[in-house]
Design a protein around this ligand. Structure first.
Ligand code: NDP
Length: 332
């Protein structure tokens, strides 16, 4: 498949143009374009430019409102409710995350319950924003049912990502950000586009048989990582980003969805934890001793290190030629 090298600056410009053409206001378009550019920069291709046509489809169909202004409320000093009003998550998060940082700094533990937010991106920006302020963070969101839980063949769970960040003095934070499915759906879709096969243990076909064919998985189901253990974590994500905050499960999201290929507005839970207040101020040395012991292992790398190592020197990305042609057509 033909590919094109393109600068991150151009990626950003094309995204802003395509999103504003589809009805998003400038600030929302800038927020989403920034998240797509940063995903390409970090090598998180499943949530990079590949997602733009889906965002545009949802803006055009009216499922997502590119002019929505998020509404914030504060039921307690440690709880921020943000109704994104069917707007795009990166824009709503720009407004809500500074409030979560402030509340966590004061209260020790605080939560941000995001509602009706169209999330089509990686979750690390949420938790890294907390870590950059010296706080730890946990974030999760459900999606559409594309994963069969352990013991089932039916698609009942979302890919349900879970992210965690931990602040480190004079270093990039420790961050993991992962689908609880054995593979992010975007990676399976990309493999199907490229005609590549996947390793075993990613998904099943319509008959419930293991398969390495991404097209068969897309018409069958993904499976969770780690069997029943990953399935349990995914179940937790369904409840924490669904019922707990007055939102639907992935199954409910699907019933309300118009199947335009874009992100269903839904829930996301983000929790901030203040190690200074929770530990009494003595957390850094213990954490660093532990993490440095891990780093001393010759074949071990900490999660987040690959992405952070790319920052500062990656200025271009490689995109399938037909995808970039589609994006240019949306932009001009
Ligand atoms: P990966 O499996 O690529 O990576 C998961 C995590 O594991 C990353 O933090 C990664 O760090 C770390 N990691 C990978 N390899 C190693 C290794 N050898 N040693 C140590 N750590 C390692 O991610 P997924 O494919 O599961 O998810 C991709 C993205 O998809 C995520 O950003 C997620 O938020 C997003 N997503 C979003 C959804 C949504 O609805 N918005 C739905 C599902 C997924 P590093 O980055 O440094 O490689």
């Amino acid at each position: 498949m033909a590919k094109e090298t393109i600068s991150l600056i151009e990626i950003h410009e094309l995204c802003v143009a395509a999103l504003t053409n589809a009805g998003a206001h400038q600030a929302a378009a800038l927020a989403v374009a920034g998240s797509i550019r940063d995903a390409e920069r970090d090598g998180s291709f499943s949530h990079g430019i590949f997602r733009l046509p889906g965002f545009v489809a949802s803006l055009r169909s009216g499922k997502v409102d590119g002019t929505a202004e998020p509404e914030l409320s504060f039921p307690t000093p440690a709880l921020i409710l943000c109704d994104a009003r069917r707007g795009m998550a990166p824009y709503a998060l720009q407004r809500a995350l500074p409030e979560l940082v402030r509340a966590t700094q004061r209260m020790g533990i605080a939560a941000l319950a995001m509602r009706n937010s169209a999330h089509f991106a990686a979750l690390w920006p949420e938790v890294e924003a907390l870590a950059e302020a010296g706080l730890a963070g946990i974030a999760c969101t459900n999606y559409l049912p594309v994963v069969a839980p352990a013991g089932a063949r039916e698609r009942l769970l979302g890919t349900n990502p879970l992210a965690f960040a931990w602040p480190r003095p004079n270093a990039a934070p420790l961050v993991f950000d992962m689908a609880t499915a054995a593979r992010a759906l975007g990676d399976v879709q990309l493999a199907a586009r490229e005609g590549a096969s996947l390793p075993e243990g990613i998904g099943i076909d319509r008959d419930g048989e293991d398969t390495t064919d991404p097209a068969a998985i897309l018409s069958g189901a993904l499976i969770p990582f780690g069997g029943y253990k990953g399935s349990a974590i995914s179940l937790m994500v369904e409840l924490l980003s669904g019922s707990l905050i007055g939102q639907m499960s992935s199954l409910g999201n699907a019933e309300a969805d118009n199947n335009d290929g874009g992100p269903p507005p839904r829930g996301e839970l983000i929790i901030g934890l203040n190690p200074d207040l929770l530990s009494g101020g003595c957390w850094r040395a213990e954490a660093e001793t532990f993490l440095k012991r891990l780093e001393a292992q010759p074949d071990l790398r900490l999660p987040g290190q690959r992405r952070h190592a790319r920052r500062g020197h990656v200025t271009t990305t490689v995109v399938e030629a037909d995808l970039i042609e589609t994006v240019r057509a949306l932009a001009f």
